[in-house]
Unconditional design. Sequence first.
Length: 111
Amino acid sequence: MTVTSTALSNEQKKYLRRIGHDLKPTVTIADKGLSPTVLAELERALDDHELIKVKIAVADRDDRRKLLAQLNKTCKTQLVQTVGHIALLLRKASKPNPKLSNLLRSTEKKK
């Protein structure tokens, strides 16, 4: 299945959630929010893996939502799903690495 850079359909989200189910959180965002080091790590993870899980270790639900909105805007990601403190994010790479991309590796497993 191809994933476009526009709004995700329900079928695409379901496909991405299946891939993301076995992933572990790559980055944890705590009380300091989107610091430059956290943003740098998010950019690296998104460039390498395209589909990542992020743990948002902030207690207040509204603060988590604001942080996610800021994250999506800053890193130009698409929110696939949130469950509690975990968010599944997508950003397609222009030249994905087949050894690192969670999207490409999942299609290889099916073959």
